[in-house]
Design a protein around this ligand. Structure first.
Ligand SMILES: Nc1ncnc2c1ncn2[C@@H]1O[C@H](COP(=O)(O)OP(=O)(O)OP(=O)(O)O)[C@@H](O)[C@H]1O
Length: 235
């Protein structure tokens, strides 16, 4: 039986000028692309799941458990943003080590895990570097290494490739695929690129004006021409 990783029921969140409303069920173990025009609500959806924005009403369940009142650090969720995932004044190993212990008391075994995660993302030997001395792609790989050591069952990727050139995008995609295969986790990935959807996602959630208007398996999504916003995304 496929278990449910995420269930949002009657979730509503209002800002000054707009109300967003989310209902969806996401099965465990897949990679789901989250797409939609700028301002359609993709980041807000992530913020609600991760616990950065409390909804005004409705419930967010993760593996069946209601998340209301649970702070982000205590949710079974990791998030990688477009940028600014790292503490600039702390070295790479310490940044990755935060994924294991927020208190930063790492023993020899934990330090090995950090080194191992850095090798897996192609950054062996980078542990003592400071984030500002890294390229954008390297910084994103450090963020991915931290996700590797955290082992949270849900990973939210908010346009993790946005600042990367095409060669690095391909590299990040394959790292994400590796992470997914090894962890068997559930990944939601915001993207503006149909190529990312095609390369990585099994299904697609599409938002328009603060609502989820489609949730399709990827092949079906690419055939859709009935909704203008999706046609625009597909180009
Ligand atoms: N903290 C906030 N205060 C006021 N309005 C907000 C806030 N967060 C989001 N909004 C509004 O909610 C709507 C959805 O924003 P959101 O950032 O979720 O969209 P998005 O799809 O992620 O956009 P983009 O692709 O440009 O990042 C927008 O109209 C935005 O202005």
């Amino acid at each position: 039986m496929i278990s449910t990783a995420l269930a949002l029921r009657g979730v509503e969140i209002s800002f000054d000028a707009t109300t967003l409303a989310f209902d969806c069920t996401i099965a465990a173990g897949g990679i789901v692309a989250v797409a939609g025009a700028s301002g359609s609500g993709k980041s807000t959806l992530f913020n609600v799941i991760a616990g950065f924005e409390p909804p005004d009403r409705g419930e967010v369940r993760i593996f069946g458990e209601e998340m209301a009142g649970r702070p982000p650090a205590e949710r079974p969720v990791s998030v990688i943003f477009q940028e600014h995932n790292l503490f600039a004044h702390l070295d790479v190993a310490t940044n990755v080590g935060f994924g294991i212990s927020a208190a930063l008391r790492l023993g020899a075994a934990e330090r090995m895990k950090v080194e191992d995660a850095l090798s897996r993302v192609g950054l062996a030997g980078f542990g003592s570097r400071l984030p500002p001395t890294l390229s954008g792609g390297e910084r994103q790989r450090v963020a991915l290494a931290r996700a590797f050591v955290r082992h949270r069952p849900i990973l939210l990727l908010d346009e993790p490739f946005a600042a990367l050139d095409p060669g690095l995008r391909t590299e990040m995609r394959s790292l994400i695929r590796d992470l997914h295969q090894e962890e068997g986790n559930t990944i939601l990935m915001i993207t503006h690129h149909p190529d990312d959807v095609r390369a990585l996602a099994e299904s697609v959630i599409f938002l328009d004006q603060g609502r989820i208007i489609a949730h399709d398996e990827t092949p079906r999504f690419f055939e859709r021409r009935d909704i203008p916003a999706i046609s625009r995304f597909l180009g």
